[in-house]
Design a protein around this ligand. Structure first.
Ligand code: FES
Ligand SMILES: [Fe+2]
Length: 427
């Protein structure tokens, strides 16, 4: 049971909150690189409850900063993005991407104090089409997390952003809740709807998996398992990785190169970010339709199917051929997680054995946030040493001999794909 106090701690991400402080130890995916053009329009965005702008300067560098000008707080969103900086339209003060004040043209030279003024800028970094923000103490920014999918070249990647109107953890928990798959998404499907060689068909035969779940150095892992054929077991393995990543198992393990982030925008909104291959056996299509972005702080990547139109639920289809009547896997997830309210009332829940991963993930997050608040302990995967450990994690589904112990299943499967990968690299 998650108490009201624990719920507050898990879901509040603003400045000074324990979870907000934890989040500020990591790089967070913030925008698509393509949203920012050199000397182009600044973009409003919100992250961890802070209203920000992002812009790309004349040299191509990205700036992410508090939208308020440090002079008299006019919004830099209206600023002139010109000659390697953003110039406030109120009195003309100008800042570079690091927040340095470059110009105070409304003051005579002897009254200027450029070296004493800084815009509240955060570190920004780009990798393969995604802009990341680091909102912690600037001198401590670690390397970007070494998640396999983030190394897919932009031209070969599907990069999807989707805004969701609920707390970040609520969204994330939907991705580590494996037993919903064969109801919400495939409730009307049978094993015959899957290729005879696709192990995922066993999820349609047994819709009541058992779970193993454990904590690990970067977060948590679950293995959901059920009997398959010839004495083998059908495993689905997934991770939660600090602070808000998941590796969900909807692709075969050997092809897995997907990263999914559930980025806290503020306490009651989040941005889903997925990076996956565009083509090949591990590819993931992007099916959600998004509305045109607006310039609002909460105006990017809103779905066309949303609460305002009941996700365009088709009740006739629900009665005859679709479990939900809602088109699209992501939209189905969005509908149920938003339907819980902006922040789930955890005291109303009745968690079951199928929610073990949800339970241990909350526990892991609570412990890390409390340890940071009470002793200053660096949260898992943060800091310079943490970044590279992300590359060792993989999710996905596969068949394994039934005799294997849970602890060995993941290690052996990982070793086998690594051996295969090394052999392919050597060819
Ligand atoms: S408020 Fe921005 S220059 Fe004065
Ligand atoms: Fe789902």
């Amino acid at each position: 049971m998650t108490t009201k106090q624990e719920s507050e701690l898990l879901t509040r991400v603003g400045p000074g909150t324990p979870m907000g402080n934890l989040m500020r130890h990591y790089w967070l995916p913030a925008l698509k690189s393509s949203e920012l053009k050199p000397d182009g329009d600044p973009v409003r965005l919100k992250l961890l409850g802070e209203e920000l702008i992002a812009f790309r300067d004349s040299s191509g560098r990205v700036g992410i900063m508090d939208h308020r000008c440090p002079h008299r707080c006019a919004s830099l969103f209206y600023g002139r993005n010109e000659e390697d900086g953003i110039r406030c339209i109120y009195h003309g003060w100008k800042y570079d991407v690091e927040g340095n004040c470059l110009d105070q043209p409304n003051l005579p030279p002897h009254q200027q104090f450029r070296d004493k003024v800084r815009a509240k800028a955060y570190k920004a970094a780009e990798r393969n089409g995604v802009v990341y923000a680091y909102m912690g103490a600037a001198d401590k920014a670690p390397p970007l997390p070494d998640i396999a999918a983030t190394h897919i070249p932009e031209s070969e990647a599907n990069i999807a952003f989707a805004f969701r109107e609920c707390n970040w953890l609520q969204g994330l928990e939907g991705d580590i809740d494996t037993s919903h798959l064969n109801f919400l998404h495939y409730g009307a499907a049978g094993a015959a709807d899957f290729a005879p060689t696709d192990a995922a068909r066993f999820g349609q035969i047994r819709r009541d998996p058992e779970y193993q779940a454990d904590e690990h150095e970067l977060g948590t892992i679950y293995g959901a398992y059920r009997p398959a054929e010839n004495g083998s077991t059908y495993w689905r393995i997934a991770h939660f990785l600090f602070p808000c990543w998941t590796l969900a198992p909807f692709i075969a393990f050997e092809h897995y190169r997907i990263a999914r982030a559930w980025v806290p925008v503020d306490d009651t909104h989040m941005m889903f970010v997925m990076i996956a291959p565009k083509a090949g056996p591990g590819s993931v299509p992007v099916t959600e339709r998004v509305l045109p972005n607006t310039t609002d702080f909460l105006g990017r990547y809103r779905l066309a199917q949303n609460a305002g139109n009941d996700y365009q639920i088709d009740r006739a289809a629900q009665r005859t051929r679709s479990y939900t009547g809602i088109e699209g896997i992501h939209q189905q997830d969005q509908a149920v997680t938003e339907s819980m309210g902006p922040i789930t009332d955890y005291s109303f829940e009745h968690l079951a054995a199928s929610d073990r991963m949800v339970m241990i993930t909350r526990r892991r997050l609570l412990a890390a946030a409390k340890a940071l608040a009470e002793t200053g302990a660096m949260p898992p995967g943060s800091g310079v040493a943490g970044a590279e450990t992300y590359g060792r994690m993989r999710g996905g589904y596969f068949l394994a001999p039934e005799t294997r112990q849970w602890g060995d299943v993941y290690r052996l499967q990982l070793a086998s794909v690594q051996t295969q990968g090394a052999a392919e690299a050597a060819e």
